[in-house]
Design a protein. Sequence first.
Lengths: 507, 319
Amino acid sequence: MVQHLTRKLLSGMTLAAMLGIAAVPLQASAATLHMAWSQDATGLDPHKQTAFSSLRLLELIYEPLVRVDANLQIVPAIAESWQFSADGKELSFKLNPKAKFQNGAAVTSADVKASFERILDEKTGAAARANFLSIASIDTPDPATVVFHLSQPDVPILTAMSDVNAAIVPASEITAGSVGTKAVGSGPFKLDKWDPNAKEVLSANRDWAGGATGVDGIEISVLPDETAILAALRTKQIDFALLNDPLVATLVPKEASLQLNRVPVLAYHVLQLNPSRKPMTELKVRQAISCAIDRQEVLDTASLGEGKVTGPLTIPSLATDPSQLFCYKRDVEKAKKLMAEAGFADGFSATVIGATGEPPTAAAEAQVIQSQLAEIGVKLDIKMMELNVYVDAWLKGDFDMAVALNGGRADPYTMYNRYWTKSGNLQKVANYIDDTLDSQMQQGRAETDPAKRKAIFAEFEKHLAEVSPWIWLYTSYSYTAQQKNVAGFVPTPTGTLFSLSKVTIQQ
Amino acid sequence: MTYLLRRLAVFPLVLIGVSIVVFVAIRMVPGDSITAMLGTEAGLLTPQQRDALAAYFGIDQPWFVQYGRWLLGLVQGNLGISPTYGKPVLDVILERFPLTLELALLSMMIALVVGMPAGVFAATRNERLSDLGVRIAAMIGQSTPNFVLALLIIYTLSAGFGVLPAMGEFSPLWQDPLRNLGQLILPAITLGFAFAASVTRISRSAMLDVLSDDYVRTARSKGASARSVIWRHALPNALIPVVTLSGIEFGYLLGGAVIVEQIYALPGIGRLVLDAILQRDYALVQGCVLFIAFNFMIVNLLVDLAYVALDPRIRLGER
């Protein structure tokens, strides 16, 4: 055995030497965290970027007023405290006096006001603007106090403010028009170099109000193939990696020196029906589809069981046990009966669209659903598309059914008002609304009592599963992999990498 | 000389044709720079927000106006600005091109050094066991997809030996030649494997043709040694198909080896074009395709000139 290992090691070293390849001990200098991901950030403007990787990078550079922790509780960021008025129409923040931008200037209420005015300005093109439309005016009584006056009670606005899309940027950079070309935030790291689709170099912000960071810097490499990321982890070229593909992630625990972190996320896999197209216009047809789908089988087959069956709400503190929801136990007979009652005893044909590789399980999910729905006579034609082509069709509502991985939020109103309110921006995608859903969302928006909010959203979830405009399938995990000498990373349901600010590399 | 000038005069016409096709084709694909940046969140934009972003990306005008603007810039030597990189398109391309050129040259070198001797060897041992062995190896080389080979190499090296070329940050040749070679040798082998197989097959068949020619028989009957017959008399005449094949393959490689660059995380032209298409960075896609087309035309021209050098009987441009 020893002889075999020695021979293997020697041959490895010889091979490395022959190829001029850096051999095994490529461990980073102790204070720099070497990290890899397969998709790079697409821009530096925190108010405009919505891509997952962009948000993960920008969270390390910029800070919002508040952020959510691993338990989805609101915790301080730039603001050290906050308070809603009794009528829920005024939200005040006290800023942390130690908060400083990376250009050395203190973060003041004027910067907060300028940042939100920029988000609300339609010329900016900030998608997050939709979450802040209740802001009527912003007062800055002193440099450390900001008061948001709201046109209506809006409890979820606080959660929306925890997103990096609501980051506070220096008013001077807004005036100079340099937000997005220069990254000046108040977060734990400064961006020293960004070579798009190749590499980012971050260094610790010594003035960060949150205290000292655990590493001196982070170097992020873009390795488009996740198999290569795993290989780079194996050979210790990198200390930490973000993974998307469960097929790759499940290989990590087989390596003795590596650790896989996984946590259920708020994003959800869903089969979106288009209730504006026949026969999905019929409630019984939608319900039949819901009854005919075995969600656990979709999860097991498409995602190797890496996840959890979910109802519409994925926030752990608010989610209902899925077994309590309509037809979450597969019932083909009931499905056939519903189809017959709707006049479709012989089934029908439809097309389901999906984005290639986004998520990596999309095609497999569509195939499992195709075979399950065949049992009730529904013939599905699967059409996989390049992501942008898919997004274009999705935004136009140009599909019969769509396999999707939709983002989650820490608050159900922020998560779903775009789809399930009468004024929702994505009503043309959801193509379904009724008075009950709309009124439940409005009640949930205004209610400040957590217990009453929970009850409202439980009813909302139950009703949504019953009317089945979409068939919620499962939530998957967010995966990060690391060397075992990396300590202090806390995975969270939002997928944030913010806790890299406190990560250390042990020798 | 007249031939050369005539060929060069055609270049701008071909490039304009290519640019129109690319310009129209990329805009016909659903989705645009806004959906590429925002994904499904683009649905949250108001019409005014969408207009503001369209103006930012320069897609707020009809396509022919955009094309006119772009063409005007091109005449002035300006390929536009890439919104993704925030830099002139030409600068971005020229940053990536050395890697692609080096990778293409290395792959071609591997292909020629391995493929030609193997082809000649097989031809001289026609229908013998060793010929069969070379032909089988060449067939395996041609039929193995390069992504399979790349993944196999990465897996074997990392899992079996614990080594891997440094990935993520590419070191240019002039900065660190050893590290540069370490990063490029495996991708070059991956690309060179199939390329070498093609060269082997074409060299073998060309040599077989030439070896049955009268002048080879004459050389043999005059007592020329077997080595002299093969390397001095036969090989130069068998080179033309090899040059043609190498030229075409080299031209393709200058356009970037997308899959190999993706797997080995090399920031070359192939990955640049792919990312530009996915991010709907129109200026960059147009610039890259134009650059690739230009390279291809140059390579074709050089191949034609190489014919003359290899066979003085060929007169280019004569009717």
